[in-house]
Design a protein around this ligand. Structure first.
Ligand SMILES: N[C@@H](CCC[C@H](N)C(=O)O)C(=O)O
Length: 274
C-alpha cells in the first residue's frame, strides 16, 4: 500500500490527514492505532479522512478517527486543518467550505490571514442528545467520581463533553480525573473531559483529556463546550479567548444559535506510507 497523507496541527492537536477523494483508502481500527503510535507510527491525536459528500448541499464528508481507532462525530481543530488541506490539495477553490460529519454539518471559512473560522453548529444541552444520563437539562449536574462529588456541565458539540470548573488548571488532576470521567457510566458513549479555569469573563484557561486519546495540546470542540458551559452558568461573556497548552482560540456564542471558533492551522509535512 502507498498511502499519501499530510501531517498537520491546530495548536499542537495533531493530525494525519488523508485524501480519500483522489486515492483509494482502506482503514481499520488496528491500522489507525498503529499509525497513531508516536514511536512506531506517524504519531497523531486524530486521523482525518476527506471523502466525497453524500448530499448535494455539501462539498465534502469529513470523517474523524481517534488515536485508539474509534470513529467519532466531530473535531474542531481538525475542521480548521481540513479547510486548509482541501484548499492546498486543490480539491476546492472556494474559501467557504460546507462539510458533513457524523455529528452534524459544519461551515469552514478560511480568512485572508490564514486563520480559519468554523461555524460549529448549535450546542446540545438536552441530556439525551449529548448523551448524558439525567432527567432534565441543567447548567450543573452532580456526579460521583472516585468517591467525591463533582459538579460538572454536560455539553454536546456533535461529540460529548464534560466541563469541570477548577481554580488552577496547572495543578488540576487532569490524568486521574480525566481517566475516571471519560468512562463514567453517566456518559454512555464515553466523554471528553475539560478542566476550565476562569481568568476573567472574557478569558479562560483550559486543559482537555480527550476521549480515545488522553490529554492533548488543544481541543476545539472542548473549547466551544467550555465557553458554552461558562455562559449557561453566567460566568462568561459572549466572546472568549480560550488559552490551551498549545495556544489561543477565540470562541463566540450569543447564548443561542451556533457557536463560532477561530484559530490557526499549520502544515508540518507530507508523507507516503509504504
Ligand atoms: N481534538 C478534537 C476532538 C477530537 C475527538 C474527540 N477526542 C472525541 O472523541 O470526541 C477537537 O479539536 O475538537
Amino acid at each position: 500500500m502507498r498511502l499519501k497523507f499530510t501531517k498537520m496541527h491546530g495548536l499542537g492537536n495533531d493530525f494525519m490527514v488523508v485524501d480519500g477523494v483522489s486515492q483509494e483508502v482502506e482503514l481499520s481500527p488496528e491500522l489507525i492505532e498503529q499509525w497513531a503510535d508516536r514511536h512506531f507510527g506517524v504519531g497523531f491525536d486524530q486521523l482525518l479522512l476527506v471523502e466525497p459528500p453524500t448530499r448535494p448541499d455539501r462539498d465534502f464528508k469529513y470523517r474523524i478517527f481517534n488515536a485508539d481507532g474509534t470513529e467519532v462525530e466531530n473535531c474542531g481543530n481538525g475542521a480548521r486543518c481540513f479547510a486548509r488541506f482541501v484548499l492546498d490539495a486543490k480539491l476546492i477553490k472556494a474559501t467557504t467550505i460546507r462539510v458533513e460529519t457524523a455529528g452534524g454539518d459544519l461551515e469552514l471559512h478560511v480568512q485572508e490571514d490564514g486563520q480559519v473560522t468554523v461555524d460549529m453548529g448549535r450546542p446540545r444541552l438536552n441530556p439525551s442528545k449529548i448523551p448524558f444520563n439525567a432527567d432534565e437539562k441543567a447548567p450543573l449536574y452532580p456526579i460521583e467520581v472516585n468517591g467525591e462529588t463533582l459538579h460538572i456541565s454536560a455539553v454536546g458539540m456533535g461529540n460529548p463533553h464534560c466541563v469541570i470548573r477548577t481554580e488552577d488548571v496547572d495543578t488540576a488532576e487532569v490524568e486521574a480525573l480525566g481517566t475516571a470521567v471519560e468512562s463514567h457510566s453517566d456518559f454512555p458513549q464515553r466523554v471528553n473531559v475539560g478542566f476550565m479555569q476562569i481568568v476573567s469573563p472574557t478569558h479562560i484557561k483550559l486543559r482537555v483529556f480527550e476521549r480515545g486519546v488522553g490529554e492533548t495540546m488543544a481541543c476545539g470542540t472542548g473549547a466551544c463546550a467550555a465557553v458554552v458551559a461558562g455562559i449557561i452558568n453566567n460566568w462568561l461573556e459572549h466572546k472568549v479567548t480560550v488559552t490551551l497548552p498549545g495556544g489561543d482560540l477565540t470562541i463566540e456564542w450569543s447564548g443561542e444559535g451556533n457557536v463560532r471558533m477561530t484559530g490557526p492551522v499549520a502544515t508540518v509535512y507530507q508523507g507516503v506510507l509504504v
